[in-house]
Structures are given as structure tokens and as C-alpha cells.
Design a binder for this molecule. Structure first.
Ligand SMILES: Cc1ncc(COP(=O)(O)OP(=O)(O)O)c(N)n1
Ligand SMILES: Cc1nc(C(=O)O)sc1CCOP(=O)(O)O
Ligand SMILES: [Mg+2]
Length: 499
């Protein structure tokens, strides 16, 4: 009998939600994943059961639970998974079943985690279908590379790399170390989650390696107060994620030839959950962003509005600007400073009538569109793409600096350059006359802040630098590294003052 049909049961109903979650994890920036709890019920304190610890960890902000109870029978594991789901699902956390795809499907769980001894990933993917998360443990950079080269990683959503530090959970097993973690991140086509001996105070080191998140076993499972233990880790990870973003932002801010506006654009692809969104916004403003735009596609209005309210609050705290992409209704409801409109959105004349005092930005691709935007009452234009971008599918030809300059010369309102801009592409941009740059990936999905300018150039993951970008940056590695280091330190100082 083929197993291929198994997933058409209950979990198929969940595909929309988890399909979305999976996609949003693809481009995960350093520490953009919320922390993951990996269970081991025999470590629980004597006064607590496993479900008590899971409930506490969720209350403390854990975003996913990997149920790793290897000695249970299928029936026992199914029963436990169903009980755990009753805790994770209402909280919006994910439940991932270790090693048993059939139990995961039968329970309606959100994912499956595999070890080297389990079924091959492609087989498991055919059992669970496209919508569920699928992860695989790895223990070395070579293993990450082998799984990438064999094509097995193509069906995976993440690697779990360990053990990074020594841990009582694997007595006698030497720590793989941070360098091996960094190298695994570099060779991996999927986000890497770090595990093994991770505590709240070590989370920033994990962020430096470029890993997308941390997974915790003993620091939570053995804690007398699992809520407090989980919260300490969640807070530390959020601060570290903000620090990474601050460093990337500062490195772009410092790279231009004048001090123009730095305009960051963020959405769930960069910040999957609300805590990460807030942390990244803090990092971006701390690093030198003047404006943040919330850009969400196909998001239910309520969720979009909640995220807009979070950014409104962060921007006000920093005394900086907040713009909503596409949706003037959400911009007004959230009290944003303005809205950015493109060819598919409400015409700017209509927006201006509805919102006389709002900042209205309009996308333009050529001179004629720029002049039309001015006539329609725009406050600024976003002109692009200046370079090809990996952040969205676009048919328009890149403007280059010459096309950008022609627009800047022709109109009197501010021009913000957009598309494929990063620290290595800023020389001379001020001379075009543009007033600033709008950026997604180099701020929120970049490895810039870690000092590894070539990370991931071998793979085509959307969060990574493309080979030509990496080449450009490597032309002046010493200058770049020194400059990145100093701006990261400065950003860390500013962030510390805030937090
Ligand atoms: C500052 C800035 N400039 C241009 C755009 C692109 O807007 P649009 O053409 O509407 O495309 P989407 O971003 O909605 O896909 C922008 N968002 N911001
Ligand atoms: C959202 C968007 N609009 C563009 C346009 O030209 O209209 S380019 C773009 C993506 C910008 O992302 P990155 O900095 O990663 O290239
Ligand atoms: Mg738009």
C-alpha cells in the first residue's frame, strides 16, 4: 500500500496555515525563529509532568515544541501528541513529532523531525505532504553539505545542528562548537537551528553564527520554573536578533556617500512572529533606520492590523516614521504616518483625498510615472528596481544609477531608491540626487552583521547574498570587516542603552 495518501486526512486541512509558516521560514534571518523546546520527559522535576513543562514553556514564549520521546509506543506517542497539541495550537505554537511521521499525521501535528537513522526526508515528505514542517538533525558542516548536494535538503524546512556546546543531555559527547555551527550555516540551503547546551546568556553567540534559531532541552526541562526559564531564553533571543539587525542596518547606513534616509521594509518573510517583528524593528531603528514600512501580502486584515499596531508603537518609542504598504485602511486604523502605493493599489489621488495629512509614497519605474506621481499629490516616490532584487518577482528592467538620476533630476519631491541595494552598492548613490534607500534583504535577511560577507553564496536561498553581490563585497574585505565590526559595536551600544 502506498503511504502517499496518508496526509490527505486531518493535516491536509492545516495546509494553508502551515504552508504559510513554512514559506515564511525560508528566508529566516539570524535568530528570526522563536525558540524551540525539545522534550525529554525523564528530565522533568519530580513535581511536574511533561505537559506542565510544555505549558510553562509556551507561556514563556517558546514558538515550537519537538516531541522527542523515543521510548514510547506509537499509541502512547499519539496520545501524548494530541494532549500536547491542545496546549500548542491555541497559543499559535507548532508541534513537531520526532521520528514518527505516521503519528504526526494521525495527531494532526504541524511537523516531523528526523534523525540520520529515520526514514529518508523525501519518503517522509511524500507521507506528510507539502504543508507540514520537516526538519533533520545534523552534526557537522560536511553533513549539511552532503544533504544539500544529494538533493535531500530540498524537501526540508530546517536543519537542527548540535551539539553546539557541551550538554548533560549527551554526556561525554564533545561540543561541535560555534565555528562548526557557522560553517554549517554557510553550507546549508535551509535555516539552521542550533541545539546543545544553549542557555539564555549564550543566545547572542548563536546569533553571531547566523543560525536562524535556538532549540533548548535541559535549560527548560529541568527548570524549577519552566515559564521563567523559557522567558529568559525568549528575551535573550529577541535582544540578540535585534542586535544582528542593528548591525546590518548600521553597516548599510554607514556605507552610503552621504547621510540619506534609510528606509527599511519588513514583513512576515523576515519576521515570522510578532515578538520577532518588534525586536527587529527595535534593532533597525537602533541601527539607524529612519522609516520602517510594513509590507504584508495576502495576510488576513486582523493579523495585518496587529502587526501594524506593533510597529506603530515601536516607531513612536523611537520618534521615527512608520509606513504601511498597499493598505490605506490599515494605515489609518493603526495610526501610521503614511502609506506606500504601487500600480496595483488605490490611486494616489484617491488616497490623498482620504488622507490629506498622511505621507503618501508612490512606486515609479520611469520619468513619466514620476511626474504623474507628483501631479497626483505624492510626498515621495520609490524608484526602482535600481538593481535586480531577490525579494520579489519583478518584470521591470533595473534603472541603474543613470535611470535613477534622470528621475531625481526631473522632480522636486524626495526620491527613495529601491531594489537590490546593499552596503556594497551604495558608493555614488548620493550623487544621483536620491534622498534615501529602501531595503529589505540587506537589512533584515542579511549575514552582514556577522562579518561573513560571503555566507551562503553557493546556494540560492532568498535570504542570502547572490554570488555577484558577494564578489563585489569581497573586493575590499579588510575595509568592510573593520567597518562592519565598528558599526556593530556602535549599534550594540545604542541597543544596550535602549533595552
Ligand atoms: C519605498 C518603496 N518603494 C517601492 C515599493 C514597491 O511598491 P509596489 O510597487 O506597490 O510593490 P509591492 O511592494 O506592494 O509589492 C515599496 N513597497 N516601497
Ligand atoms: C518591494 C520592492 N519593490 C521594488 C520595486 O522596484 O518596486 S524592489 C523591492 C524589493 C526590495 O528588496 P531588496 O532590498 O531585498 O532588493
Ligand atoms: Mg503595492
Amino acid at each position: 500500500m502506498s503511504l502517499d495518501g496518508l496526509w490527505t486526512g486531518r493535516s491536509a486541512l492545516n495546509m494553508g496555515r502551515y504552508g504559510l509558516f513554512r514559506r515564511s521560514l525560508r528566508g529566516a534571518a539570524p535568530l528570526a525563529w522563536p525558540p524551540v523546546l525539545v522534550t525529554h520527559r525523564r528530565l522533568c522535576p519530580s513535581d511536574k509532568g511533561l505537559l506542565d513543562v510544555i505549558a510553562g514553556a509556551i507561556e514563556g514564549g517558546i514558538g515550537a515544541v519537538i516531541l522527542r520521546e523515543k521510548d514510547l509506543t506509537g499509541k502512547e506517542l499519539l496520545d501524548l501528541a494530541q494532549r500536547a497539541l491542545a496546549l500548542t495550537r491555541p497559543a499559535g505554537a507548532s508541534l513537531i513529532v520526532n521520528g514518527n511521521p505516521a503519528v504526526a499525521v494521525a495527531a494532526g501535528a504541524d511537523g516531523v523531525h528526523l534523525g540520520a537513522e529515520d526514514l529518508p526526508p523525501a519518503k517522509v515528505r511524500s507521507i506528510i505532504g507539502p504543508g507540514m514542517l520537516l526538519g533533520r538533525s545534523i552534526h557537522s558542516p560536511e553533513e549539511a553539505q552532503a544533504l544539500a548536494e544529494s538533493g535531500e535538503a530540498a524537501v526540508l524546512d530546517y536543519f537542527l545542528f548540535g551539539n553546539v556546546f557541551e550538554t548533560a543531555c549527551k554526556p561525554g559527547k564533545a561540543a561541535a562548537g560555534l565555528d562548526a555551527l557557522s560553517e554549517s550555516v554557510r553550507r546549508s540551503p535551509v535555516p539552521v537551528i542550533a541545539i546543545g547546551g544553549i542557555t539564555a546568556d549564550k543566545a547572542p553567540l548563536i546569533g553571531q553564527s547566523g543560525a536562524a534559531g535556538v532549540a533548548i532541552m535541559s535549560a527548560i526541562m529541568t527548570a524549577a520554573d519552566p515559564v521563567a526559564a523559557a522567558r529568559a531564553i525568549t528575551v535573550s533571543v529577541a535582544k540578540a536578533a535585534a542586535g544582528v539587525v542593528a548591525g546590518a542596518v548600521a553597516s548599510v547606513a554607514e556605507s552610503g556617500d552621504d547621510s540619506g534616509i534609510l528606509y527599511g521594509i519588513i514583513g512576515r518573510e523576515q519576521a515570522p512572529d510578532e515578538a520577532t517583528l518588534a525586536a527587529m524593528a527595535d534593532g533597525a531603528y537602533a541601527g539607524g533606520c529612519d522609516i520602517i514600512q510594513l509590507r504584508e501580502k495576502n495576510m488576513p486584515t486582523g493579523e495585518f492590523l496587529r502587526r501594524a499596531q506593533i510597529l506603530r508603537e515601536r516607531a513612536s518609542r523611537w520618534g521615527k516614521l512608520f509606513i504601511v504598504n498597499d493598505r490605506i485602511d490599515i494605515a489609518l486604523a493603526a495610526g501610521a504616518d503614511g502609506v506606500h502605493l504601487g500600480a496595483e493599489d488605490l490611486p494616489p489621488e484617491v488616497a490623498r483625498q482620504m488622507w490629506p495629512k498622511g505621507i503618501i509614497g508612490v512606486t515609479v519605474r520611469n520619468l513619466a510615472q514620476a511626474q504623474a506621481a507628483v501631479a497626483a499629490g505624492a510626498d515621495y516616490v520609490g524608484a526602482g528596481p535600481v538593481y535586480p532584487t531577490t525579494s520579489k518577482k519583478l518584470d521591470a528592467q533595473p534603472l541603474g544609477f543613470a535611470g535613477l538620476q534622470a528621475i531625481c533630476d526631473a522632480i522636486d519631491i524626495p526620491v527613495v531608491a529601491i531594489g537590490g541595494l546593499n552596503a556594497g552598492r551604495m558608493d555614488g548613490i548620493g550623487k544621483t540626487g536620491c534622498r534615501g534607500v529602501a531595503v529589505i534583504s540587506a537589512l533584515f535577511q542579511s549575514s552582514d552583521a556577522t562579518g561573513h560577507p560571503d555566507r551562503g553564496q553557493d546556494h540560492a536561498a532568498p535570504c542570502r547574498l547572490t554570488a555577484p553581490q558577494a564578489h563585489e563585497m569581497s573586493d575590499r574585505p579588510d575595509a568592510r570587516e573593520a567597518s562592519v565590526r565598528s558599526v556593530v559595536e556602535e549599534a550594540a551600544r545604542r541597543l544596550k542603552a535602549l533595552l
